[in-house]
Design a binder for this molecule. Sequence first.
Ligand SMILES: Nc1nc2c(ncn2[C@@H]2O[C@H](COP(=O)(O)OP(=O)(O)O)[C@@H](O)[C@H]2O)c(=O)[nH]1
Ligand SMILES: [Mg+2]
Length: 371
Amino acid sequence: MCGIRPQQAKQVLGIGFIGLIPFILLFYAYNTSSSQHAFQLELPPMGERRPTSNDGELALFNEMMRDWSPEKPRAVIYYLINGDNLWRLERSLRLLNKNFNRKYMYPVIIFYEKYLSDEALWKLLSQSPSPLFFQRVTFTKPDSIKEPLRAAVKRSSCPYPLDKSRFPGYNHMCRFHVRLVFESPFLANVTWYWRLDDDSEILRYISYDVFKKMENGGYMYGYNSVHEEDPLCVEHLLGNVTYYLFNQPIEPKNYYHWPKLDIFWNNFEISNVKFWRRPDVWQFIDYIDRQGGIYYDRWGDAPIKTDAVTIFLDKNQTYFFSDLRYRHGVKNDTWIDTFLSTDIFEIPVVSLVGMVLLVLIVFVFVGPFSR
Ligand SMILES: Nc1nc2c(ncn2[C@@H]2O[C@H](COP(=O)(O)OP(=O)(O)O)[C@@H](O)[C@H]2O)c(=O)[nH]1
Ligand SMILES: [Mg+2]
């Protein structure tokens, strides 16, 4: 009486299989995720390239740039990291390599602050198909700040970052992107740079050379998103910029048409080095830097650079990379992050074939063939 007929059994099994499919997808997503290296491709031979001193890294970099093809944009990709949470950088690099740089092989410069062992650096090197170069940076108090930095940063009412112990490291980081990076010898002989952070993720394959896009379009500044800044984090900045513009013979290009709190979210930023080194732009950056607001008021690099771009560039010299799937700010490698950042196209072909076969089996059990 309570027995199940063979036909029903087949249907139950078939439905069970269908129910399993999302879990199988999840399983593959997890296994191809950044936290795993199972899907790492094209590792260079072990021991071929070892980390060296700052000068040694620069010499290697210059050697590489000497042989740079004249047809290829002279460009670098750079990161500044503090040295904690290297897994974030590993993930970011993995996605950058997989979705862009494995094809284009632009040099990637890692500026880092805290001591990193040779093993840690070598691990990064051995995982990265694209050429990596390391530079240890040390930050000091700028001359324009007379008091101890700890006292200076207390003035700001900007609520970010939430963890106040990150001052003044966070402020140094902002100042690095505003000016110090342009003083680095790594950017001295290149035309283009692409800045990324260790919590930057290129989620989808980029089918073209982003630097060529900039070069061919005559663009100077490329961005991926615009956000509204918290007014508490730009206190006194507007006043300083207005004062500067009033006293300089500058005709702002787009500044007065730009919403005052909008900022290019420059954790993704592709730009022309020569623009930032232009005397008028440099003078503006230097002026803003000397006001000390990066420390006193926690002005971020994003609002300062947005001001420079909107003052000195026409709108048609900026480019919105709207087609790129980019994500920033993932703090933890939870399974849902992993799942959301995994593209169906990431799943290896073999697994896809396996899944198609599985679906066919299900059809054989419950579909028209089973009758
Ligand atoms: N050298 C250095 N890098 C930092 C420091 N704080 C953050 N960074 C790096 O700067 C980038 C942006 O940091 P993040 O915490 O994501 O800043 P947010 O996006 O503005 O919240 C990341 O690559 C960090 O590793 C710091 O104190 N020193
Ligand atoms: Mg971030």
